[in-house]
Design a protein around this ligand. Structure first.
Ligand code: GTP
Ligand code: MG
Length: 255
């Protein structure tokens, strides 16, 4: 099967329904189901000799990742940091509805395209975002370490995820804005306990400094790719262990 090419896309506002197929395990897009538009990513085994003619990003398999969490926790900034390596300082522009960005990451020689959906945290958009859960292969659930209320909302988000997402969705808890040590309102240990209680991999991140941002997305890509391609008998990728081992503390990366 040939390697596919991602259209050069900017962030795009999404239609009311996703172009990706329904989720059921890691459900990469299948060749016959691709459609034109922002998302037409048939999957296939890795192919050597990738061409870059046309300047686009080629990929072997595509997955859909959603960012969820209260308004202002830093979902858009996290995505921009991952996609563009930049930080959106200054005025907070709250996301309206839902946007997406694509990024192709290399996982053990395979090009994994992540189509990342950035949802609006505001309550009034909740019904819009509900429609997208069922197609998500992975969810990054964010709170803001400087905002206790956003942490207290995590249980409600988990209930929402349980109601709307697929049972086997890959889920990770992220405590963002860990660069703001002075304003910390949520202890790391409290989040670790919550994550343990719910069996979630957990990391603290900073969209501002970039701390653990690439790692969060790469870990998700590794997990999804492995679920998709794992040969019988091959040891499973251990997402929890990977995140624990590779995650860095806030003190390491002050700007
Ligand atoms: N210090 C610090 N500020 C951050 C960080 N991430 C985001 N911010 C700031 O937090 C505010 C909200 O960030 P957004 O990314 O727009 O928040 P959001 O979760 O997308 O919010 P909604 O779109 O309303 O759901 C902005 O003013 C950002 O500059 C971070 O890691 N550190
Ligand atoms: Mg946003």
């Amino acid at each position: 099967m040939s390697r596919k090419k991602t259209p050069k896309s900017k962030a795009g506002s999404a239609p009311a329904t996703s172009a990706l197929p329904a989720a059921n395990g890691p459900r990469p897009v299948r060749p016959g189901k691709a459609r034109p538009g922002p998302e037409a990513p048939p999957n296939g085994p890795p192919q050597p000799g990738r061409s870059s003619i046309g300047g686009g990003d080629f990929y072997d398999v595509a997955f859909k990742v959603m960012l969820v969490g209260d308004s202002g926790v830093g979902k858009t900034c996290l995505l921009v940091r991952f996609k563009d390596g930049a930080f959106l300082a200054g005025t907070f522009i709250s996301t309206v509805g839902i946007d997406f960005r694509n990024k192709v990451v290399d996982v053990d020689g395979m090009k994994v395209k992540l189509q990342i959906w950035d949802t609006a945290g505001q309550e009034r958009f909740r019904s819009v975002t509900h429609a997208y859960y069922r197609d998500a292969h992975a969810l990054l659930l964010l709170y803001d370490v400087t905002n206790k209320a956003s942490f207290d909302s995590i249980q409600a988000w988990l209930t929402e995820i349980q109601e709307h997402a697929q049972d086997d969705v890959v889920l990770m808890l992220l405590g963002n804005k860990v660069d703001s040590a002075q304003e910390r309102a949520v202890k790391r240990e409290d989040a670790e306990k919550l994550a343990k209680d719910y069996g979630l991999p957990f990391m603290e991140t900073s969209a501002k400094t970039g701390l653990n941002v690439d790692l969060a997305f790469t870990a998700i890509a590794k997990e999804l790719k492995q679920r998709h391609t794992k040969a019988p008998g091959e040891p499973r990728f251990q997402l929890h262990d990977y995140v624990k081992r590779e995650g860095r503390g806030a003190s390491c990366c002050r700007p």
